[in-house]
Design a protein around this ligand. Structure first.
Ligand SMILES: *Cc1c(COP(=O)(O)O)cnc(C)c1O
Length: 385
């Protein structure tokens, strides 16, 4: 099993079969509780399904294999997974997080984590010098990084950040939702924890909400993360765990298709008369391209943003008009599904967003890229008519 390539691991979900029925796909376990042995023991190790649901086992094992982790835990959402990492810290702990990051998590940090006593500092995570300057040895317990970072797709250097964090006695956690384990393995680059919104590429079909954490090693912090899941109970439903496993069987095909389309789309609109800029780590002039070449294997991901040239009403109005004029692109938040999504990000994020008002965030799906390009061409023309 260890020798299988990642493609084979995901295609066969590690090759497990249901031993009772010889079924190739697993049953959906729905029981909330498990029978105690007559002598008062629980020999299966399963007591109650909040934390010990067999429905989690196979999906966790597949992700753990792809990430090269020591252990992997499913959560009810990406946010449940991400916040568990912070909730496992103690009041007074100093934490570094990026200024440019997934908006809801940034919001939660400022709305809940700070009042609960975490000392959260938002910095420019793409600058190792800024990371170095902000680290307080002994006091900083966690560095949180997102790569490439929403919605500007800047790329922090994971290996360099891991070294700096470890030198200061801090853990490094990486939101790796966008590259997925197909393109980047943060644990191998020195990260301690990798997090995914499994809602996105891992499941890939826009039909469930799920999150996941994998750890490189067992340690005191991870034991507390486990307790956060078990005791606060942000765990996934059985049906969602089953669907996630099904979705992951095509992970490599979907991610490679999205990467190829995003690269072509980015190159097509780079320098376009109605586009002020394309933000995509696959373009040589974009921030982090050199780091991304080292850190991402086989593509630069399926996410990019375009900045729309102003029309008579301005850049923001032009961007919103482009989104309003697309037919194939679907106007919706989220990412990583089979269908391509378009979103005026500043409208979603509100005050304090790093997203410029003329920016549209695009998630490339698996439609034919020529259709996606043609639809964007007509929408750009319509918005500037
Ligand atoms: C969607 C997303 C999350 C949050 O995941 P949910 O499943 O929506 O809770 C976190 N980080 C990134 C990069 C995301 O895209």
């Amino acid at each position: 099993m260890k020798d299988w390539s990642p493609e084979s691991i995901t295609a066969q979900a590690l090759g497990w079969i249901d031993e009772t029925t010889r079924a190739i796909t697993p049953p959906i376990h729905v029981s909330s509780t498990y029978l105690r042995d007559a002598d008062n023991q629980y020999r299966t190790g399963r007591v109650y399904a909040r934390d010990q649901n067999p429905a989690f086992d196979q999906a966790e094992a597949v992700i753990n294999a792809l990430e090269g982790g020591h252990q992997t835990l499913l959560f009810a959402s990406g946010m449940a997974a991400a916040t568990a990492v912070f909730q496992a810290l103690a009041p007074g702990d100093h934490v570094l997080a990026p200024k440019v990051m997934y908006w809801s998590l940034r919001n939660w940090l400022l709305t809940f984590a700070v009042p609960w006593g975490l000392d959260v500092e938002l910095i420019d995570m793409t600058s190792p010098a800024a990371v170095q300057a902000a680290l307080r040895p002994g006091k900083t317990k966690l560095v949180w990084v997102e790569t490439p970072a929403n919605p500007l797709w800047t790329v922090p250097d994971l290996a360099a950040t891991a070294r700096l964090a470890h030198d200061a006695g801090a853990l490094l956690a990486v939101d790796s939702t966008v590259p997925t384990p197909v393109l980047t393995q943060p644990l191998a680059l020195g990260a301690d924890i990798v997090m995914h919104a499994a809602t996105k590429y891992l499941n890939g079909h826009s039909d469930l909400i799920a999150g996941v954490l994998s750890t490189r090693a067992d340690n005191e912090h991870w034991q507390r993360v486990r307790k956060v899941r078990a005791q606060i109970g942000g765990t996934l439903g059985s049906f969602e765990a089953w669907l996630l496993l099904r979705g992951m069987r095509t992970l490599h095909l979907r991610v490679r298709a999205a990467c190829a389309s995003a690269q072509r789309f980015a190159e097509h609109f780079d320098g376009h008369a109605l586009v002020a800029g394309v933000l995509y780590p696959g373009l040589p002039q974009c921030h982090g391209h050199e780091i991304a070449k080292r850190q991402m294997q086989g593509g630069f991901g399926g996410m990019l943003s375009i900045r729309v040239k102003a029309n008579a009403q301005g850049g923001e109005a032009a961007a919103i008009a482009v989104a309003a004029s697309t037919k194939l692109w679907k106007r919706a938040t989220s990412l990583g599904g089979t269908e391509s999504l378009i979103e005026h990000r500043a409208s979603v994020e509100g005050a304090g967003t790093p997203a410029p008002p003329d920016l549209l965030r695009l998630s490339l799906g698996i439609e034919h890229v020529d259709d996606l390009i043609a639809d964007m061409e007509q929408a750009l023309a319509a918005a500037h008519a």
